[in-house]
Every structure is written in C-alpha cells, then in structure tokens.
Design a protein around this ligand. Sequence first.
Ligand code: ADP
Ligand code: MG
Length: 395
Amino acid sequence: MRTLDDLDVKGRRVLVRADLNVPLDGETITDDGRIRASVPTIRSLVERGAKVVVCAHLGRPKGQAKPEFSLRPVARRLGELLDQDVAFASDVVGDAARATVDTLQDGQVALLENLRYEPGEESKDEAERRAFAERLAGLADLYVGDGFGAVHRKHASVYDVPRLLPHAAGGLVEAEVAVLRRLTDDTERPYVVVLGGAKVSDKLGVIANLLTKVDRLLIGGGMAYTFLKAQGHEVGNSLLQEDQIDQVRGFLDEAAKRGVELVLPVDVLAATGFAADAEHDVVEATAIPADREGLDIGPRTRELFAAKLADAKTVFWNGPMGVFEFDAFSGGTRAVAEALIGSDAFTVVGGGDSAAAVRRLGLPEDGFSHISTGGGASLEYLEGKTLPGLAALED
Ligand code: ADP
Ligand code: MG
C-alpha cells in the first residue's frame, strides 16, 4: 500500500476521503473523536503545500440533501482543530464544490458537503456509482484514502475514486491496518478477546473467525444471554436472539474442540426493566428470575474477566459489557476497560460504542495501545473479509 510519503502533493489538489461521521445533537457535536483522528493526515498535507479537499459522509440521508445531515458543523470543528479556516462547499460535486476548490491556495483546506446526499455514492449500480466517482475525481489530482470507518463499504468515494486517481493510504488507515495485522498474523500469546454489545448476530462472522485464532474468548454484554440460553439456562427478559441459539451452540462446541477457553458471565445485574433507575440485584447467571433482565455483568464476573486478562499479551475488546449509557449498569464495562488499561499487553478497542464508552466513563484513551475509529471495518477485517477500500488502495 502506498503511503502519504509516496505522493508529491505540493501545489496539487488532494481529495482526502475521511471518516467524520460523528454523533450530533442538533448542530452540537457530542463526540469529536473521529474528527480529531482525521487531523494528522490533513495537517501533514497542509504542511506539504497541498490544496486539501476533504470529503466524508454523515449519517444516512439516503441520497438526498437533508439539512440535519449537513457536514457544516463538522467543517467548523475541523477548522478549530487544525487552527485554520476550513472552506465549506454547500454541495458535493456541483457548482459550489467546484468554486470552493478553485479558490483554494496551497496549504488551504475545504470540506465538501455530505457524500451521501448524492445517490451515486452508495449505489449498487456500478455505472451510477462510477459516474458519481468521476465527478468527484474531477475535483482533484490525487486521492488519499483515510476514512478507515468506511473502508468496508463499496462506495464511490471509497472504492471507485482511488481507481481513477493516483492514490495512497492516509496515516490513519495505515495505522489501523498495522494494528489489525497484529491481531491476525503472528499474534503474541496469550491472545484474549472480549466481546460484548447488543446483538450476537452482528458478530457471528467475527466470532467464527476468532475461534480459529484466540486462546480465550470472554463474552459479556447483551450477547451473553444467547450463550447462556444455549447452555440451557433461563435468561428472563434479558436480550435474547432465539434464532441464533443453534449457531451459538455451534460456537460452544467449536471452542471446546479447539481448546479455546470460552468464558461466560457467572453473575449479572438483574433489573426490573430497561431504565437508568431500574431496581436491580446481583444474581447468578444461571438463576436469572423470569421477570428480570440482565443489564450488566456482576461483580464476580468483573473479577473473573480481569483474572482472565491478567496474563494476556494481546487483547482485542469489542462491545460494552452492559448498558453503559445508564450509570448504574456501566460498572462491568468500566471494569473491563480498567483491566485493559492496567495490562502490559497490546490492547486494542474496536467498536463505536466501546470507544464512546471509554470516553463517557472518563477513562484515559492513551491507556490503550489503540482505539480503532472503525467498528464495522475492524470487525470485517477480523472476520477475514476483503475490504473494498483497502483493496482499491492496494492496486
Ligand atoms: P460496538 O459499537 O462497540 O461494536 P455494539 O453496537 O455491539 O457495540 O453494542 C453496544 C450496545 O450494546 C450499547 O448501546 C449497550 O447499551 C448495549 N448493551 C450492552 N449490554 C447490554 C445488555 N445486557 N442488554 C441490552 N443492551 C446491552
Ligand atoms: Mg455499535
């Protein structure tokens, strides 16, 4: 994969595909992690005298210009972080975009409006996508792929544009890929993976592939209840995916066959309902009352998981251990995060909600070796899939 150093960018228009898909509350950015992660690559291009044209998506406007999905607030925040003006184009590839790019001087930065305002960006129709890609490519001389959170998408700005322009991977994509390689090839052992989050069905592929690689798999969060049920335990009103029980039983067998230690919760916080102030008690994971739902792992499980992480040399963690958005049920997630922070292992956090949990709980982000900016992308990589955006950069 070519990197930024391989491109001669001075005085040239460089289209940077970034991942600026941040959570917004009205026009207020509630977590600017992804914008901050995109800054080093943009700054490096600025310092080398490029005319930097940034493009990105926000949310799911589904091919239409919808003001609530505008990237305008993001342009403002990016400008603050870069400490220089970021010109904002009020369309993606139209008159405004062309005029904005035309006025850029060397070292200046522009941000185009939300790529997903254009139906061509996400189109499954190759010709439609390609036509949009050509218009986008027409705005620049070179392409830098740095939107790691989108590299698993076969979208125009991710997959087609790098095939039309000389290209390189940005620093963020380079760093993310280097980390993921350490999790898949010649991984230092013991290799322990902690999985949680809401749905087991989101993570079937990754579980299947990781079972061939890891020494230990710790399962918490909402998905743990489908595992407990597959072992024959009742889980009350806890999150359960009935249709995944057979698949999960297969994972339990596979783990046993391969000698992978699969560790499930031994106790849970069982609440009377899904609410921040729901009454709750610690109960055995094998004895969840019928009228209760498990919203977090219990104190013995927190200790157990910490013990199972203690000798690890490599740890990948994806998915909160409980409903961390409610303070009363954030303790399990905090315990796992703290175990990683206290560990000497190479520790990687993947998953948008997991990364958000680290920040929400006020934990130091530099306590981990790496926090991935791309949940879906890192999971698909760990599933062993080919990611379109990386394949296009490698060509
Ligand atoms: P990530 O984005 O890190 O991959 P997911 O999207 O898979 O994580 O899951 C995050 C969500 O899982 C959080 O919103 C959290 O509230 C929810 N969750 C975790 N544990 C439970 C539980 N026991 N019951 C219901 N939801 C849960
Ligand atoms: Mg998520």
